[in-house]
Design a protein around this ligand. Structure first.
Ligand code: 13P
Length: 253
């Protein structure tokens, strides 16, 4: 099996001002255990990307963005272009369920965002996940796989290898109800299976798959053994330096 570097991404969402995030970064730099093999990424708000990337220069923590415009340039008031993020971030989250459900982002938009990110040599973290209703209707697999297929439809095999897929069941986000390792691992297996059928085995063995939804220091431990889960996407717990460092430590190999 191909080696896939583990990754833990903190999605700060719209929770911190610039001074607050500076304090968190300083604490995180001190708290982060040495000799960690995983990649560690934090995703501040746009207004904070520049100062966070300055603060994190020469540290083991990388910077990501929470979103990006699907167009490169032009009359799109209030949007942030991939060109503005280039040089400051390594990862960009696209299609988070909050973007899909609150701001009405379709798979088509997410596909354009994923495409623009890889074409500018950054890594999209493509989020997929079913709602509680869909889960109750036993539609989880169908929903997740159709979101993924539509969201990566402009990507070549090489480009999907550079992309990450985050399985974030909507019912587990911010609810304290973490998806069991067995269920998340099963879905990650389906995701890898879809990538295999679309792009072949070699590509499917390279793509990194993350789980996200109410991850804490203690639940991070249970995902360590998952064969198909290579990373964690963390919301609430990433706002607390000790908890986030515990997640990294407990998930690292
Ligand atoms: P929580 O960890 O707060 O459930 O959020 C998960 C998430 O949405 C990360 O993108």
């Amino acid at each position: 099996m191909k080696y896939r570097k583990k990754i833990v991404i903190g999605n700060w969402k719209m929770n911190l001002t610039v001074p607050e995030s500076t304090i968190l970064i300083q604490k995180l730099k001190k708290e982060m255990p040495a000799n960690i093999k995983s990649e560690v990424v934090v995703c501040p708000t746009f207004v904070d990307i520049y100062s966070a990337s300055e603060e994190l220069k020469n540290s083991q923590i990388l910077v990501g963005a929470q979103n990006v415009a699907e167009e490169e340039k032009g009359a799109y008031t209030g949007e942030v272009s991939v060109l503005s993020l280039k040089g400051f971030v390594d990862y960009i989250i696209v299609g988070h369920s909050e973007r899909r459900n609150i701001f009405g982002e379709s798979d088509k938009i997410v596909a354009k965002k994923a495409e623009i990110v890889v074409r500018h040599d950054m890594k999209p973290v493509i989020c997929v996940g079913e709602t509680l209703h869909e889960r109750e209707d036993k539609l989880s697999k169908v929903v997740v796989l159709s979101q993924l297929e539509a969201s990566c439809k402009h990507l070549t095999g090489e480009e999907i290898t550079e992309s990450l897929v985050a399985y974030e069941p909507v019912w587990a986000i911010g609810t304290g109800q973490v998806c069991s390792e067995a269920e998340a691992e099963k879905m990650a297996g389906h995701i890898r299976g879809l990538v295999k059928s679309l792009y072949g085995e070699k590509v499917s063995e390279s793509v990194r798959i993350l789980y996200g939804g109410s991850v804490t220091g203690s639940s991070a431990k249970s995902f360590k053994k998952s064969k198909n889960i290579d990373g964690l996407l963390v919301g609430g717990a990433s706002l607390h330096h000790q908890e986030f460092a515990a997640i990294v430590k407990n998930f690292d190999k």
